[in-house]
Design a protein around this ligand. Structure first.
Ligand SMILES: NC(=O)c1ccc[n+]([C@@H]2O[C@H](COP(=O)([O-])OP(=O)(O)OC[C@H]3O[C@@H](n4cnc5c(N)ncnc54)[C@H](OP(=O)(O)O)[C@@H]3O)[C@@H](O)[C@H]2O)c1
Length: 321
């Protein structure tokens, strides 16, 4: 098992996760025969992936094509000659997922037609596609009640389609599951040590006027993005819940924020019913079962441990200054 320190990679550029140190069990090419083609150059996740590749010395290029334009994807593959393709291109909705309710065709074009076109083109070229998707396709239910510790597994059918974003994500995942060259990473509520990024769950909940308070599975990107690269090197395929194990609630995160970053920070909670009045589409809350990922990466931290290690520990302010 590789010895790595993802935080060092993203923040300081240390080579704790250097590709040259990774033993490749699947017989996949080693460092110098790796070349990643990444979609999402201008995006949050795509940008971070490129930085990680630079730090790890992995050759990479960003795709120039649009996902729904098959000929542009073929041109990228011809020009770049990649060993793996990462799809971090997708529409999440700006400023939030409500955007997808009012732009359904655009959402289908990128997240459905685009994702399937890229999977198909990769398959024709014998390429593994690492697909950054979403675990927001479940809602707590009687068999998976909130607080029970019983999470949704990769085999559970989606039980949530109340938002158009989630509905299309679930549909596409069901189809991508049939492709033997695709690895679907089901992230949720992504968090990063950079607290100034508007996509960061912590940025969002510290800027909302009111927040709900519900435990959820979340993805600590400092820890999990390097794991996505390692998953590509191991040639892992299929559907993967891609969050840290366990759950954390909005108030637990905000308490930590108050303790470590801003002692004067105050917030106000509201109920799900009150939240629904200010949203075009309801949001889902769930716990994902991360046994599969934790078995492959036993060192994976629980979400609460990961928050301390990668976010609140390094960002902690010295209040005596
Ligand atoms: N699995 C996980 O852990 C996880 C975590 C976070 C996000 N995600 C997923 O990762 C994806 C990216 O998220 P993000 O937060 O990085 O989003 P983002 O910052 O909004 O970036 C989206 C990227 O997608 C590109 N894009 C959009 N439509 C495209 C198209 N039709 N063809 C080619 N490129 C297109 C955008 O490029 P232009 O600006 O040129 O349009 C941009 O580079 C989303 O699908 C999201 O659901 C997964």
């Amino acid at each position: 098992m590789a010895n790595y320190t993802p935080k060092d990679i993203l923040v300081t550029g240390a080579d704790g996760f250097a590709a040259s140190h990774v033993v490749n069990r699947s017989g996949f090419p080693k460092k110098h025969s790796l070349k990643f083609l990444i979609y999402g150059r201008t995006g949050w996740v795509g940008g971070l992936l490129g930085k990680l590749c630079e730090i790890q010395g992995i050759p990479y290029e960003y795709g120039r094509g649009r996902l729904e334009d098959r000929s542009s994807l073929l041109a990228d593959i011809r020009d770049v000659k990649p060993s793996h393709v990462f799809n971090a291109a997708g529409l999440t909705g700006k400023p939030n997922a409500d955007w997808c309710e009012f732009h359904k065709v655009e959402t289908i074009r990128t997240n459905v037609v685009g994702a399937l076109t890229l999977a198909e083109v990769c398959r024709e070229h014998g390429l593994l596609m690492m697909h950054f998707s979403s675990g927001c396709i479940y809602q707590y239910d009687a068999a998976h009640p909130e607080g029970s510790g019983i999470g949704f597994t990769e085999n559970d059918k989606s039980n949530y389609a109340d938002s158009f974003f989630s509905k299309t994500r679930a549909m596409v995942q069901e189809l991508l599951e049939e492709y033997d060259n695709v690895c679907v990473l089901r992230g949720r509520m992504p968090i990063l040590s950079d607290l100034n990024n508007p996509g960061n769950f912590i940025y969002k909940i510290t800027h909302y006027s009111k927040v709900v308070n519900i435990p959820n599975s979340m993805t600590l990107l400092d820890e999990l993005l390097p794991i996505s690269i390692e998953m590509a090197k191991r040639n892992l395929k299929g559907i993967w819940n891609f969050t840290n194990p366990g759950v954390v609630s909005h108030n637990e995160v905000l308490e930590l924020y108050k303790q470590c970053i801003d002692p004067d920070f105050k917030w106000e909670n509201f109920t799900l019913e009150e939240q629904a009045k200010v949203l075009a589409a309801p949001r889902c809350n769930n716990e994902l079962d991360v046994t599969k990922l934790k078995t492959e990466f036993p060192e994976l931290l629980s979400i609460k441990e990961s928050l301390i290690k990668y976010v609140f520990g390094p960002n902690m302010k010295n209040f005596t200054e």
